[in-house]
Design a protein around this ligand. Structure first.
Ligand code: COA
Length: 260
């Protein structure tokens, strides 16, 4: 997989995507957004990949936002297409059947915060900085930030951050539930891989079914969500992995899942 602005490595069922424009603090230009669209589609199809990690190149930034030099050329018509395109890609990331972990290793501003929000799990380095500073540019978040941030954290806080453009440091991000864990920068990627490895060690059929059930939470009523959970729970109980997992527990041994 060759990309201009992304590095992609697949090893031991874990894919690591690195946004690689360090000279622009990994800002998302149009080309990078299109490459992200492509790589997530490819990784979704790749049966060898169980978990995906998204991070940024260098020690300073995860993604410092949409590329402001391109934003500067938008008019109303182009802006609509730009926002819809970004939203489509970020929703693809959010709704992957494989879990996506954001390893936020520095600035996650604007579109960078929004892409982290679209990931299923966020881990941060101690120098990570989150924020939706679009208001400073006379715009608002356009890649889902008004929706995802407001759903994820207390809505009063989301309003505050979106309207003031104030930044959120790693400690605060942890306190308000924006990230799951904070690590020293040098440890972040290995900690993300450790978590990914742990998920890889489980039966992947169950992992996928859990993701499918979680992914519809915003789209259906509570009752429909529970019905869906029942149907995929039942599917899991028809797998070899279920027999293996429960037998291994009863026989006091480690399960050997075959992912079917
Ligand atoms: N779009 C385009 N270029 C960006 C960028 C962005 N979102 N963020 C950083 N860059 C570029 C800078 O223009 C600079 O390029 P140059 O060397 O060619 O001038 C380079 O990345 C380094 O950034 P710089 O501003 O010099 O680093 P800093 O350490 O002084 O500041 C930030 C870091 C993140 C605070 C600052 O770059 C910033 O505010 N970026 C914009 C964040 C933002 O508003 N994002 C939301 C966009 S919707």
């Amino acid at each position: 997989m060759e990309f201009q602005n992304l590095l992609v490595e697949v090893d031991d069922n874990i894919a690591v995507i690195t946004v690689n424009r360090p000279e622009k603090l990994n800002a998302l230009n149009n080309e990078t957004i299109e490459e992200l669209d492509k790589v997530f589609s490819q990784l979704n199809e790749n049966e060898d990949v169980y978990v995906i990690i998204l991070t940024g190149s260098g020690e300073k930034a995860f993604v410092a936002g949409a590329d402001i030099s391109e934003l500067n050329n938008l008019d109303e018509q182009k802006a609509k297409m730009f926002s819809e395109k970004g939203q489509k890609v970020f929703t693809k990331i959010e709704k992957m059947e494989k879990p996506v972990i954001a390893a936020v290793n520095g600035y996650a501003l604007g579109g960078g915060c929004e892409i982290a929000l679209a990931c299923n799990i966020r881990l941060a380095s101690d120098n990570a900085v989150f924020g939706q500073p679009e208001v400073n540019l006379g715009i608002i978040p356009g890649f889902g930030g008004t929706q995802r941030l407001t759903r994820l954290i207390n809505s009063g806080r989301a309003v505050e951050y979106i309207l003031t453009g104030d930044i959120i440091n790693a400690e605060e991000a942890l306190r308000i539930g924006l990230v799951n864990k904070v690590y020293p920068q040098a440890e972040l990627i290995n900690k993300a891989k450790e978590m990914a490895k742990k998920i890889c060690s489980k039966g992947q059929f169950a992992v996928r079914m859990a993701m499918k059930a979680i992914n519809i939470v915003d789209e259906v009523s509570a009752a429909e969500g529970q019905n869906y959970e029942t149907s995929v729970f039942a599917l899991c109980c028809g797998t070899d992995d279920f027999k293996e997992g429960t037998s291994a527990f009863l026989e006091k041994r480690k399960p050997q899942f075959k992912n079917k």
